[in-house]
Design a protein around this ligand. Structure first.
Ligand code: HEC
Length: 324
């Protein structure tokens, strides 16, 4: 595939700043309401039956609320819950708790989204993480939730991250992901933890985080959200010596086999380019999760990172060679 799936929710680039702090969001409606955003009125739902169309209000739920003990609503997210000072995608989950769901709630789901990205040019980047099939008896998600597909703390729930390098883990924000290469400029994004109350006992779904969020939102009998901001930036030069390799490195990996293509990259040090642009997110060249990728795949997947989008074909080719 090429159209980079849901990937990282991180960010719309630069321009998005303006939308921060306010209600920049795309899909989430009010901050706490009993009833799906779509239609109004109508019955108070049966149970399990409805699998597709939006259901609606029900008894209770008007005060359905989600809050966090780890951050202030509409405040800024502390560093431990984001990539701040760490690698892209890192950070532990904040604690969340909720109350006053509709009486006929059977399970909960929670999604974490970047509202600034959702309102930007590539909304698919706005979906970070979702956890669903949380039994109705559970009303708290712990700080530092286990990084497993079915975290035991959440009694049968299933989680999914849009960061495919760690698919079963909370995916912390990293809106200033290119901080290290853009002179230390930070982007501030607005995020939402949205909780859905569902009248279904169990939902089987194998889609992307985006698909899941849309589906869960469409069948929710009530929703509530809490918002928070982040301008988190990763640690620069983190993954292995980004400096050491910059000049002389071509020796090591880029030399291997390659054959044909190498000619076009003449003179460009693909290993050094990789190290300075890609390693903060994908690890050092030797341990890169992107070994074997082609220039074309990189071009298609990484359009959302300015530094990569701006690379010339020859530079990308040099990186492809280095990744062989
Ligand atoms: C800001 C962090 C970041 C930077 C910088 C970055 N990437 Fe990515 N990249 C991601 C994320 C997140 C994904 C989607 C999840 C994944 O595949 O790990 C991704 C996906 C990809 C993919 C598609 C998925 C796959 O495995 O084939 C390729 C190829 C890729 N990156 C290569 C690169 C290369 C090469 C560079 C440097 C020129 C680079 N990336 C720079 C974060 C980044």
């Amino acid at each position: 595939m090429n159209k980079i799936f849901v990937v990282c929710g991180l960010a719309t680039l630069s321009a998005a700043l303006a939308a921060c702090g306010s209600d920049g969001g795309g899909d989430v409606s009010s901050s706490s309401s009993s009833s799906s955003s779509s239609s109004s009125s109508s019955s108070s739902s049966s149970s399990s039956s409805s699998s597709s169309s939006a259901s609606s209000s029900s008894s209770g739920g008007a005060d359905f609320t989600i809050l966090s003990a780890s951050f202030d609503a509409n405040g800024s997210l502390p560093a431990e819950f984001s990539c701040e000072g760490k690698a892209f995608g890192d950070g532990i989950s904040p604690e969340l708790y909720w109350s006053d769901a509709p009486d006929n709630t059977k399970t909960y789901a929670i999604s974490f989204k970047d509202l600034t990205a959702l309102s930007g040019s590539n909304p698919s980047l706005g979906y970070h993480w979702v956890i669903w099939n949380i039994p109705e008896s559970i009303t708290l998600l712990p700080r530092n939730l286990s990084a497993t597909r079915n975290p035991s703390e959440m009694g049968g729930a299933e989680q999914k991250s849009a960061n495919i390098s760690s698919p079963y883990k909370y995916f912390g924000p990293c809106p200033s992901y290119n901080y290290c290469s853009n002179g230390g400029h930070r982007d501030l994004h607005n995020y939402t933890f949205t909780i859905y109350a569902l009248d279904q006992a169990s939902i089987e779904h194998d889609g992307s985080v985006e698909d899941l969020d849309e589906y869960l939102g469409s069948i929710a009998i009530a929703k509530a959200e809490v918002r928070v901001n982040s301008d988190a930036a990763p640690l620069c030069g983190s993954s292995s010596s980004s400096s050491s390799s910059s000049s002389s490195s071509s020796s090591s990996s880029s030399s291997s086999s390659s054959s044909s293509s190498s000619s076009s990259s003449g003179g460009i040090d693909g290993a050094a380019l990789y190290q300075s642009i890609c390693s903060s997110c994908h690890g050092s060249l030797a341990n890169s999760t992107k070994r074997g990728r082609t220039a074309q795949q990189i071009r298609a997947a990484m359009f959302w990172v300015d530094e990569v989008a701006n690379l010339s074909d020859a530079e990308l080719q040099a990186i492809e060679d280095a990744l062989k």
